[in-house]
Design a binder for this molecule. Structure first.
Ligand code: IPM
Ligand code: MG
Length: 373
């Protein structure tokens, strides 16, 4: 198979983790005789520095032309600390989501048994945790009118949703809940006791639910959902929610997985699909080779699934599990005994190329372990 992949490294740890995902994709290409051609393009703070714009037109053109997009991370402290800044890296990502109409962000949340002791949860709580968040991505408060009064004492962010925007992602979420491997349950997370937009979500979702009689629907206010995700996460199967609630609860849910660095996502629209880890640019770790590349590597696996390469995607997941069960983890997961970003990427790509296990030279890997005094 031959595919064109647009690669956007972005900011902070974006380039390092994406490099490992590309390395693993190359291993898959080598092993299964595929050809992946990468086209690199700029977005975020790095794009502002080089071109003045967080999302150059060239990037949009390359992405529109690609079969899929692999994206790293976005954001830079120099903008976070300057609320007055007119141009911001995040505008690049939001602009790309809008330009490609990537209206559904799909975030699978899973717990890996070998990491459970490293989470703040009791292992029992994490048994059978396997749910997927469908986060609306191109509407709501993120994209509503923004205003700051002239005297800068009053600010407005408008939250708007239309029936059509709710319908298209709701259908995707219901269809996903119907898959044989799912539990046929959909939970709409909203704030319908307060927000008009949430009441519209409930009305539209209740109507659509009639077309999916095999899927059980539940409604949960977001404040309660935030608590339930921690208290009893295995009750969830598919969570459907609007843009900002989805942003918040997915970071929260990542704690179940052991680290925010573990989780991949796919952003789906009508054109090319974008794959990205759910974590941010983590500037404190940039350039140190300590970031967790697994969110990005699993995003590459999701990309392969999307291409119909199920076996290849499974192999990547097996490789990831193999590293985790053998204790090859990055610093976010184990701050004492950790391995470098590049070592994890190398191990996973070696596994994909059948160079492990058996032939593994544990001493060599030990040498590449970080030593903390
Ligand atoms: C995410 C991120 C982005 C978002 C930021 C970087 C704009 O937090 O993808 O979850 O809020 O959507
Ligand atoms: Mg987020």
């Amino acid at each position: 198979m031959k595919k064109r992949i647009a690669v956007i490294n972005g900011d902070g740890i974006g380039p390092e983790v994406t490099k490992q995902a590309v390395r693993v994709l190359d291993a898959v290409a080598h092993q299964f005789n595929h050809q992946f051609d990468y086209q690199y393009c700029l977005m975020g703070a790095v794009a502002i520095d080089e071109t003045g714009s967080p999302l150059p037109q060239e990037t949009i053109d390359i992405c529109l032309d690609a079969d899929a997009i692999l994206f790293g991370a976005i954001g830079h402290p120099k903008y976070d600390n300057d609320p007055g800044s007119k141009v911001r890296p995040e505008q690049g990502l939001l602009g790309l989501r809008k330009a490609l109409q990537l209206y559904a962000n799909i975030r699978p949340i899973f717990s890996n048994p070998s990491l459970q002791h490293l989470t703040p949860f009791k292992s029992k709580q994490l048994e059978n945790v396997d749910f997927v968040i469908f986060r609306e991505l191109t509407g709501g408060i993120y994209f509503g009118k923004k205003e700051l009064s002239e005297d800068k004492t009053r600010a407005v962010d408008e939250c708007v949703y239309t029936t059509a925007e709710i319908e298209r992602i709701a259908h995707l979420a219901f269809q996903f809940a119907q898959k044989p491997e799912r539990k046929k349950k959909l939970t709409l997370v909203d704030k319908a006791n307060v927000l008009e937009t949430s009441r519209l979500w409930r009305k539209v979702v209740a109507e659509i639910a009639k077309q999916y009689p095999d899927v059980k629907v539940e409604y949960l206010f977001v404040d309660n959902a935030a608590m339930q995700i921690i208290l009893n996460p295995k009750q969830f199967d598919v969570i459907l929610t609007e843009n900002m609630f989805g942003d918040i609860i997915s970071d929260e849910a990542s704690v179940l997985a052991g680290s925010l660095g573990m989780l991949p996502s796919a952003s789906v629209g009508n054109g090319p699909v974008l794959f990205e880890p759910i974590h941010g640019s983590y500037p404190q770790a940039a350039g140190k080779d300590i970031a967790n590349p697994i969110g990005s590597i699993l995003s590459a696996a999701m990309m392969l699934e999307h291409f119909g390469l199920a076996q290849e995607a499974e192999l990547i997941k097996d490789a990831v599990n193999w590293t985790l069960t053998n204790g090859f983890v990055t610093k976010d997961i184990d701050p004492v005994n950790f391995y470098f970003t590049s070592t994890i990427g190398e191990l996973i790509s070696d596994y994909v190329m059948n160079k492990i296990p058996g032939k593994i030279n544990k001493d060599n890997i030990e040498l590449r372990k970080s030593t903390i005094i």
